[in-house]
Design a protein around this ligand. Structure first.
Ligand code: GDP
Length: 337
């Protein structure tokens, strides 16, 4: 029989910086068991006032760009400066592969040795919405436990970038020196999210190429950046392996934070992230519910068939779906789990 969950003890443990209590608390917020959600909410409600005091940094880049090496080296550097560093990860693909690569402790050898670091791999078995929610909540918990830098890692693909961008203050993209003229599959959309870009592996024979890539990217970023933004996205070079240029990258992160503070105010920026989060959660819940009952699923299939065969037009089918949905709304359970 699993031990019953003692929420007050977890709260006390997280408050006092107890790592085992922190790890158990994160497991609780990651849990999919409906009975665990009220406990997780209670935990979060109690600890929320202690959260928010960290520098929240998102980090992405294609596999092999050097994210783990970079996080390890930057984390150690920041700990030397007196910070306490938590590393979280958002990797929805780990639900498919069954194991998370990102945030793996074994890939951050130096950092994982430190008492001032806390490394947590991406939760598994959840779809992106679930991973994003769990990671947001884990971020609050590590902050409540006294970690003042939170690095959230993600691979350079798809919607997880947007999710991480929506939960951090500064979004850093690690790139590699160009191979040919393509931007290694990094889509324009991801560059649009970037607040700071660093071309990694700028060492040895690769150093010159990295500088050229950084210059080219810097020009490209002027075109990508939204017209309204007056801020130029800095494009730097670094070597995570040889620990070159890491201070400069961190400086750029801090400068971006100062920019946020001066333009929006950090708390307003975070508040607007919360508003977006509210809508994305609400929309996701509505979409889930739209397919959540057997009747709705049956009707959806029927309507798809009829529209597909030309028997019914799309608008009429949509109305039928909405009518059925409206009829079901009072019976739906809207608890966010
Ligand atoms: P990730 O998949 O983005 O987390 O990338 P890793 O941190 O695992 O790095 C992938 C490979 O690139 C590893 O073999 C690293 O040792 C190597 N690597 C990472 N950073 C650097 C760097 O700055 N210079 C060089 N030369 N190799 C690096």
């Amino acid at each position: 029989m699993p031990r019953p969950i003692d929420v007050p003890a977890l709260i006390e443990g997280v408050r006092s910086g107890d790592r085992a209590a922190l790890a158990r608390s994160i497991t609780l917020v990651e849990s999919r068991k409906p009975a665990h959600r009220p406990l997780a909410r209670e935990l979060l409600r109690e600890l929320a006032p202690l959260s928010g005091n960290s520098i929240r940094l998102g980090l992405s880049g294609v596999p092999g760009a050097g994210k783990s090496t970079f996080t390890d080296a930057l984390g150690v550097l920041l700990i030397e400066q007196g910070h306490r560093v938590a590393v979280l990860a958002v990797d929805p693909s780990s639900s498919v592969s069954g194991g998370s690569v990102l945030g793996d402790r074994t890939r951050m050898g130096a950092l994982s040795q430190s008492d001032d670091a806390f490394i947590r791999p991406s939760p598994t078995g959840l779809h992106l919405g679930g991973v994003a929610r769990a990671t947001r909540e884990a971020m609050l918990l590590v902050e409540a436990a006294g970690f003042d830098v939170v690095i959230v890692e993600t691979v350079g693909v798809g919607q997880s970038e947007v999710a991480v961008h929506g939960m951090v203050d500064t979004y850093l993209v690690l790139m590699l020196a160009r191979s040919g003229d393509q931007l290694q599959g990094i889509k324009k959309g991801i560059l649009e999210l970037a607040h700071v870009i660093a071309v990694n592996k700028a060492d040895g024979e690769n150093a010159g190429e990295a500088r050229v890539t950084a210059r080219e990217l810097s020009i490209a970023m002027k075109l990508v950046s939204s017209q309204s933004s007056e801020r130029r996205v800095p494009v730097l070079t670094c070597s995570a392996l040889h620990k070159i240029g890491l201070e400069e990258v961190w400086q750029a992160v801090l400068e971006h934070r100062q920019y946020l503070e001066a333009t929006y105010g950090l708390s307003s920026y975070r508040a607007s992230q919360q508003v977006s989060w509210m809508w994305s959660q609400t929309e996701a819940a509505v979409m889930d519910s739209l397919h959540g009952t057997r009747r709705m699923r049956r009707l959806s299939q029927e309507m798809e068939g009829k529209v597909g065969s030309g028997e019914l037009n799309a608008l009429d089918a949509s109305s039928a779906l909405l009518r059925e949905f409206a009829a079901q709304v009072p019976t739906l359970d809207w608890a966010q789990d």
